[in-house]
Design a binder for this molecule. Structure first.
Ligand SMILES: Cc1cc2nc3c(=O)[nH]c(=O)nc-3n(C[C@H](O)[C@H](O)[C@H](O)COP(=O)(O)O)c2cc1C
Length: 231
């Protein structure tokens, strides 16, 4: 059974269902600062534990963006990338299956053979060029905070991505930046108590990039929600 719906619900549904992680950006199309500021002010409506709003955001464009990218690429090229794992060594079976499915779709969209380690590494390094986006974001929080404050940061990120999408802007959230917490801190002159949560590319999507046409499948409600006490 479907429910009556309102224009607001329809618009929200559409936004949620059409947002994608974008990894190919229209070259030479900058994002106006005033637009970005509006998007960020909307994103700041995200809820947080005791309204602590633990997120900090470093918004980079132009020379500042190029300089950070160069620093990170250099670290990759010189083999100075620190070991980092954002997942445990052994993933629960279902999670591992989703991860493998993502990898298969991602490299297929890019035309990269999964056995081609060099091509895969080169694609990973593209994260640090913010996939050619005109704006790079680095989200940080206070190093002393715990999992639930990181959850607040996640809510902020999703709010940001949806607000951006509503304005025709594309984004890609990127945990890859967390690997370079120390180097980014040094490069941006961050206080020692600030930790990198993740990065994000932001700009206008390149219309012709195959990598932007991936539609990652989602689990059906029945597979993740257990209803109790309903008629
Ligand atoms: C916290 C987080 C970290 C992510 N890190 C990366 C990353 O480092 N590089 C990347 O290309 N995509 C990254 N992604 C994008 C995911 O791969 C993507 O959200 C997922 O495959 C679902 O696809 P969709 O965003 O297009 O719906 C990240 C997403 C999230 C939420």
């Amino acid at each position: 059974m479907t429910h009556d719906t309102t224009p607001a619900a329809q618009a929200f549904d559409h936004l949620m269902r059409t947002r994608r992680s974008v990894r190919g950006f229209a070259p030479g199309r900058p994002v106006p600062r005033a637009l970005l500021q509006q998007v960020l002010q909307t994103a700041a409506c995200a809820p947080s534990n005791s309204n602590t709003q633990p997120w900090q955001l470093h918004v980079l464009a132009g020379d500042a963006l190029a300089a950070l990218s160069a620093t990170l690429r250099e670290a990759c090229d010189s083999g100075a990338a620190p070991a980092f794992s954002h997942f445990p060594d052994v993933l629960p079976e279902r999670i591992a299956a989703h991860q493998a499915d993502f990898g298969a779709r991602y490299y297929a969209a890019l035309g990269i053979d999964r056995a081609d380690t060099a091509a895969r590494t080169a694609q990973t390094v593209r994260n640090y060029d913010f996939f050619g986006a005109p704006v790079g974001l680095v989200l940080t929080t206070h190093r002393s905070l715990r999992a639930h404050s990181w959850l607040d940061c996640g809510l902020f990120l999703q709010s940001l991505m949806l607000a951006a999408h509503a304005h025709g802007l594309a984004t890609c959230p990127q945990v890859s930046f967390a690997r370079f917490d120390a180097l980014i801190g040094q490069h941006l002159g961050l206080p020692a108590d600030e930790v990198v949560v993740c990065g994000m590319s932001l700009g206008y999507a390149a219309a012709d990039a195959a990598v932007n046409r991936m539609a990652m499948p989602r689990r059906a409600v029945e597979s993740f929600a257990r209803f109790r006490g309903f008629a």
